[in-house]
Design a protein around this ligand. Structure first.
Ligand SMILES: Nc1ncnc2c1ncn2[C@@H]1O[C@H](COP(=O)(O)OP(=O)(O)O)[C@@H](O)[C@H]1O
Ligand SMILES: [Mg+2]
Length: 369
């Protein structure tokens, strides 16, 4: 896998996918173009129904596009499905592990045999991966007795058994608690970093996850890519001005003294000084809006003349949610559901997960036309 590859890891051109359904057909992908380079950790961020899973299914050769072409490391999804299956793997969030009666070690070994590893090589890889994902203590525990987080670690180990060049992760932290989700993210990052060229395509509807993990990402909604870039580039789209939170020990002349400086669009003292209560000296917090980051130097330089010392300085970043709202004109509807009173995933998601599981066997299942 370390040999140089000229082909992009993912090359999607004009891909459309229509599901035949009643009362009318569903356009899940309405013309998608996407290019991911080898070694990238690329994210598809979008609400439920955006078409993320459909695109992953096309790239993992489980589903054919209705129109357009897609290739993985130069292999066409329609013509070279077998080759793609050899160099990729997929892990989906909420994946049900069907063989609850097996132990973790047996289950993984069984998959190692599906993936064509030899008997001894299979056991070696299984034990190595069990260790790597932190399931050593559960290795002879039945799969049915694992917690959700442990099961997802096992699924991740399963996804790494064939040493893929590219790993497709469809909402890999769906339904996991904070700590298990963090572990899964860390494992993905470590795996990718260990060998140059390892590529990850991840889907998520968790903004913070996309922001934290992805080198680049595409915001998708209703079967289209609305914007693409690094998290920083995307957030810059909604914030052309630079906003800083500036905390000073004191400020003679108040915020007005700062507002007069070159490059300062606005400066206002902030009333929420709750954190400052109890300090000997009350500090002043200023919300500082500059027309460009470069104006900061002048402001910092001028502060000395105003007899003020900087206690803290922090750039206020917009979130990917702000980007989504600006692009789509609404928030992530879905988030409201996930944070609702109902514990666990809502029924719609569960139904989708079950449906996905049936089709999501990464290797050896039939292509749906
Ligand atoms: N097998 C199917 N039959 C009919 N419609 C489907 C099928 N699978 C997905 N869809 C629809 O296609 C759209 C995209 O779904 P999906 O790719 O699962 O989105 P996401 O993964 O972003 O939530 C949704 O409107 C969904 O209801
Ligand atoms: Mg999905």
């Amino acid at each position: 896998m370390s040999e140089p590859h000229l082909a992009p890891a993912i090359d999607v051109r004009g891909v459309q996918r229509v599901y035949q359904a009643k009362p009318k057909d569903v356009v899940a992908l309405a013309g998608v173009d996407l290019r991911v380079e080898p070694g990238e950790l690329f994210g598809l961020l979008g609400p439920n129904g955006a078409g993320k899973t459909t695109l992953i299914k096309i790239l993992t050769t489980l589903l054919l596009p209705t129109a357009g072409t897609a290739s993985v490391f130069g292999f066409d999804v329609a013509a070279d499905a077998k080759r793609i299956r050899r160099i990729m793997n997929m892990v989906a969030g909420g994946e049900q592990s069907g063989y609850g009666i097996l132990t973790v070690r047996e289950q993984l070994w069984m998959f190692s045999q599906f993936y064509g590893l030899g008997r001894r090589e299979g056991w070696r890889r299984v034990d190595e991966l069990i260790e790597a994902v932190g399931l050593a203590e559960q290795r002879v525990q039945r799969v049915s007795e694992l917690s959700t987080g442990q099961r997802q670690k096992m699924n991740l180990a399963r996804g790494l058994l064939n040493d893929p060049w590219i790993l497709f992760l469809d909402e890999p932290t769906l339904g996991l608690d904070v700590s298990a989700a963090r572990t899964v993210r860390e494992l993905v990052v470590e795996w990718r970093a260990a060998v140059p060229g390892r590529t990850v395509l991840l889907t998520t509807h968790y903004m913070a996850e996309a922001d934290e993990l992805c080198d680049r990402l595409a915001i998708v909604d209703r079967g289209r890519i609305l914007a693409e870039g690094t998290p920083v580039e995307l957030k810059r789209r909604v914030q052309r001005e630079s906003v800083f939170r500036l905390e000073l020990d004191r400020l003679a002349g108040g915020a007005a003294a700062l507002a007069a400086l070159p490059g300062v669009v606005r400066a206002a003292t902030m009333s929420d000084g709750a954190g400052e209560v109890g300090r000997e000296r009350q500090s002043v917090v200023v919300n500082l809006v500059l027309d460009d980051d470069a104006a900061l130097g002048g402001v910092v330089g001028a502060l000395g003349g105003l007899g003020a010392r900087i206690v803290a300085l922090q750039k206020s970043e917009p979130s990917l949610e702000d980007v989504f709202v600006e692009l789509v004109g609404r928030g992530f509807d879905d988030e409201a559901v996930h944070h609702g009173e109902r514990p666990g995933p809502p029924p719609a998601t569960l139904a989708e997960m079950t449906h996905d599981t049936e089709e999501a066997e990464p290797l050896g299942s039939e292509v749906t036309r």
